[in-house]
Design a protein around this ligand. Structure first.
Ligand SMILES: [Zn+2]
Length: 688
């Protein structure tokens, strides 16, 4: 992947909030740190605080800083949201979506639903008028529950249960054991504290989360007219239920490899009404189940009349926590104040940009498929698609050459690597299926609807879609438009080893990441390097352990794998102990980042091989395009988190460290030993 989902959201749209520091920095204070056989000596040019101080750098010493300086300085002066090319692309995508909604001549089911959701979410006057009434209405349905049969009926009543909460969560999974079929994956429902461990031995983060949740619940229930005692009972009952669910199978490790037939699953479920749940969502013939079976087996011991009140508390707490963002402004602000870290740059931006808030929020609902479908209907461009397809073909051809010329691999290993390349799925812009919301409807604001009502309709559709998918034959690289984690309108690209497929989303194929009329040098330096990056992931130090069909098998020999280990060690030596600014954590080694570092370098290598086929190729434009693609300005907080958990190095490193691997770069700018952008050939990290 180019970015992990969460970090992407945090970093790509980051905004500057800190004040500018105008003091000058002594050249000698620029961080010089010795790491292995190579010295990192670039100032952190992604850091907002550094831009003014560092001034314009020499291209031979710090390429990323030199090339992006003028742009960066402008961003600091104008204080805009657009502080990365990624951010600009995201903004463009959101504008495109808004244009569709605003064009009233466009009428179809997907647009109509998204438009209604937009009206319900973005009209604060309407939301404020409704206050917490929508929540009260759904809490009332839970109050009506008296018996265990009522619980069973409530869980499957999609008009009363907006988030379709049950005690058995379902999803479809691609099963390793039975390649031709999908399996139904069953698991525990989501938990307020997210992790089971928090219910056994609560962590510091767990305490913080618990505190936030309790604040929100107390706030919401008070507004709904609950007494303090009643609220306390809801919180207590919910935690009791969650804790009991956790302890049913706490010490067991679920088996995600063996499939079990329907009859066995229904017998495990016993008196828990799982059969009714399957039928309700149209899952009538699926005979392959896996997941938390021991949990399912014991669930009936808790599913008793004695526990009805605690189960009701669980439903109420989950409903309230899930609803808080969709009620009035006061509730929304309370949610933001308690739940969102205000120093988090993405949160600040999302708070200011209603369209970004709205479309990001839809991304966690089934309506994400409606949004993506309407986007593709109006912005899918066959020429862009064909060009990307052509670039993928060229990259694969260059890889075939790299594989043939490789001296490290035996013929048998080369064959396996080649097969992986040949079989690699190419998912570009368009998912494999189309969104179909026929039969799904909810009331608009004009009709007196609420966002919770809309969620009732779409969560039902979401589960019905799981029912459809689980009955279908498994296809390794099937790209499901309903899968929000792979939304095509997100500005990103990915490679998945289990699918052995790349995913180049429509959201990354917009200006400034890609423009159809740009010169070839710019295309090769941006989108082609990214396509190359994703394809290269198939052979990085992590994914080399998966074969052409996505099975975890060594496709090269242990002896040959030494090459990957050596490169990972070298990267580890270069990065280890490097801290980009004072007070920041340092990189701990190569294991977290080497996959991304290798993919960056190999992606540029493939693009440079394609460049060789062009006469009078302008390498300067190519390298500048690469730096422009990765230009970023972020804050210290973002970078600290990035170093800790993100497998991608900071962006200025992604530019500089990648480019110093290539002779073409040295030749273009006349870089010599002693220059900041020089790396001894013995230290370079290319595998192919
Ligand atoms: Zn990647």
């Amino acid at each position: 992947m180019l970015k992990l989902k969460k970090t992407a959201a945090l970093l790509l749209a980051a905004v500057m909030a800190a004040t500018m520091c105008s003091c000058n920095v002594d050249e000698n204070e620029v961080q010089q740190q010795i790491t292995g056989g190579y010295h990192f000596h670039w100032m952190d040019s992604n850091l907002f605080e550094n831009i003014e101080q560092m001034g314009k750098q020499n291209i031979k010493d710090d390429f990323a800083a030199a090339v992006t300086y003028d742009w960066a300085k402008e961003q600091v002066e104008d204080y805009t949201y657009s502080i990365s090319s990624f951010g600009e692309a995201m903004k463009k995508v959101v504008q495109n979506k808004r244009a569709i909604l605003d064009d009233k001549s466009i009428q179809n089911k997907n647009v109509e639903l998204v438009r209604k959701a937009d009206g319900l979410f973005n009209d604060w006057e309407y939301r404020n008028k409704m206050g917490v009434e929508p929540l009260k209405k759904y809490l009332g349905y839970i109050d009506d529950i008296k018996t265990l049969d009522d619980v069973s009926a409530y869980m499957l009543d999609n008009d009363k249960n907006p988030f379709a909460i049950t005690f058995v969560k379902m999803d479809y999974s691609n099963n390793e054991a039975l390649e031709n079929y999908r399996a139904m994956m069953i698991s525990k429902p989501d938990l307020l504290l997210k992790y089971a461990d928090e219910y056994v031995n609560i962590s510091e983060d767990g305490y913080k989360k618990k505190d936030k949740i309790e604040k929100q619940l107390k706030y919401l229930f008070e507004r709904c007219g609950y007494s303090k005692k009643d609220t306390d009972n809801v919180i207590k009952g919910c935690y009791k239920t969650e804790s009991q669910l956790i302890h049913l199978d706490y010490t067991e490790i679920p088996d995600y490899k063996t499939v079990h037939p329907r009859s066995e699953i229904l017998s495990l479920a016993g008196s828990y009404p799982f059969e009714a749940q399957l039928k309700h969502y149209g899952i009538t013939t699926c005979d392959h189940f896996m997941g938390e079976l021991s949990y399912l087996d014991k669930l009936e011991t808790l599913y008793t009349q004695n526990n009805v009140e605690d189960m009701k508390a669980y439903f109420k707490a989950r409903l309230a926590i899930e609803s808080i963002r969709y009620l009035d402004k006061e509730a929304y602000d309370f949610y933001m104040d308690t739940n969102v870290d205000r120093s988090n740059q993405f949160a600040q931006r999302i708070d200011r940009d209603p369209d970004l808030t709205f479309f990001s929020m839809l991304n966690s609902t089934a309506l994400t498929a409606a949004v993506d479908q309407m986007y593709l209907d109006y912005y899918f461009d066959q020429k862009t698609y064909d060009e990307c397809k052509m670039f993928v073909k060229l990259i694969k051809e260059k890889y075939q050459i790299m594989i043939s010329e490789n001296k490290n691999l035996s013929d048998a290993s080369k064959k396996a690597v080649r097969e992986k390349l040949d079989k690699m799925g190419e998912n570009i812009m368009k998912p494999s299926n189309e969104a179909d919301f026929t039969g799904v409807d909810f009331r608009s604001k004009e009709e007196g609807g609420s966002f919770l009502e809309a969620l009732c309709a779409v969560s039902k559709a979401e589960y019905e879609h799981i029912g459809v998918m689980v009955e279908k034959q498994y296809a390794r690289d099937f790209w499901d438009i309903y899968d929000g984690t792979l939304s095509t309108t997100v500005t990103n690209a990915a490679y998945y080893s289990r699918q052995n497929a790349i995913y180049i989303r429509a959201g990354i194929l917009v200006d400034p990441m890609y423009s159809p009329d740009a010169p070839i040098e710019q295309k090769l330096g941006s989108v082609v390097a990214v396509l190359g990056h994703e394809i290269s992931h198939a052979f990085d130090s992590y994914n080399i352990y998966f074969d052409a069909d996505g099975k975890k098998i060594d496709i090269v020999t242990k002896e040959e794998l030494k090459k990957w280990d050596d490169v990972e060690d070298r990267i580890g030596n270069h990065f280890s102990g490097y801290s980009p600014f004072d007070g920041c954590d340092s990189y701990s080694g190569g294991s977290l980042i080497s996959g991304e570092v290798i993919a960056d370098a190999e992606g540029v290598k493939a693009a440079l091989m394609i460049a060789k086929d062009y006469d009078n190729f302008d390498y300067d434009t190519f390298f500048r395009a690469y730096a422009r693609f990765w230009r970023f300005i972020v804050t210290k907080e973002s970078q600290t988190n990035q170093i800790k958990d993100d497998p991608h190095p900071l962006e200025f490193i992604r530019v500089n460290y990648t480019l110093i691997q290539f002779d073409e770069f040295y030749e273009t700018y006349g870089i010599k030993p002693g220059d900041g952008m020089y790396m001894d050939p013995a230290e370079r990290i290319l595998i192919w």
